[in-house]
Write a protein that binds this ligand. Sequence first.
Ligand code: MG
Length: 382
Amino acid sequence: MLGSTGSIGKQTLDIIAEYPNLFNPWLLVARSSADLLIAQARLCRPHMVIIADEQYYEYVSDALSDTDIQVSTGSTAIAEAVTMPEIDTVVTAMVGYSGLESTIAAIGAGKRIALANKETLVVAGELIDRLLKKSPRVLYPVDSEHGAFYQCLVGERHEDIERLLLTASGGPFRTMPKEQLENVTAADALKHPNWSMGAKITIDSATMMNKGFEMIEARWLFGVEPQDIEIMVHPQSIVHSMVAFKDGSIKAQLGLPDMHLPIRYALGLPDRRLASDCRKMTLEDMACLTFERPDFDKFPLLNTAYAAARIGGTAPCVMNAANEIAVAAFLQNKIKFTDIYKIIEKTMERSPLVEHPEYQDYVDSNAAAREFAARMTDEIAI
Ligand code: MG
């Protein structure tokens, strides 16, 4: 479980606890939430925990010294640990670029992967796609939209797909006039109307960068060209996404907006659905479903994402790096909401493109783009 102390991580551990006969947590990894990691370790009794940030190593190690749980630290330790033969499934739920190295290691070791870290596919989709062609195991999406595509595609032929209809809640600023976006605060942006998620992805939802990322994620997961993925705003978040087929049929997957649902589906794949006594959807929940086109003018990062997908190579990696820096600065109230777009666009304009990147090219592009974006952020900081 990579990212066990984040929003997806905590919900995944809830679900795992419901099915003790099916799951046995072997490794928990957190970046810096030491106290929560210690509490989770005491409760789940994994074989090993890793605290990625080395400054917390001694603290975690001391706190667990009366147990037989191994404690380790650093990103190399994570990449090594995920390849252990005892591990069958790796849930990747770290935030952002930091998920890439360990996901690649897990794919290389032939693990089954429940992918919650969409940035992995945004940054290095082309490389992951190549690695997966060689690897016997599979990538199962935890993202609700991609879980929906997966379910709509069960039993279908790839050549029968016409397009993927990717639904979006529209975020907290869906109905706000464009001119007002300049003055929204991090607190405003963190009020997501439907989904309860971590801070980074909630800001990505407010800018709709998240939907751009999901378009790229879908492209790699399902082998569909970006121009055949259509984004639809669906404010109720009940239809989690749809697939349109060449015969004129559309299949949709519906559910309540609760991340436990797609996590449970991903963990059950490929054998079963995990029965649960969670709240089930009623007629009232689905009595009013509406759909509208996204406003590309108000949310320009949607265009940026399609452009990055078309350009390919390291362009999406640069876009992601600049977004991580800009979102972190916005969360600290250092820049305006609309500065997020400016930082991403400028960083993409100024960054050299590697058309057919290898792993090291992603590492270098990410580092250079972050540096450029950070400099720009300092220049415009309020
Ligand atoms: Mg999603």
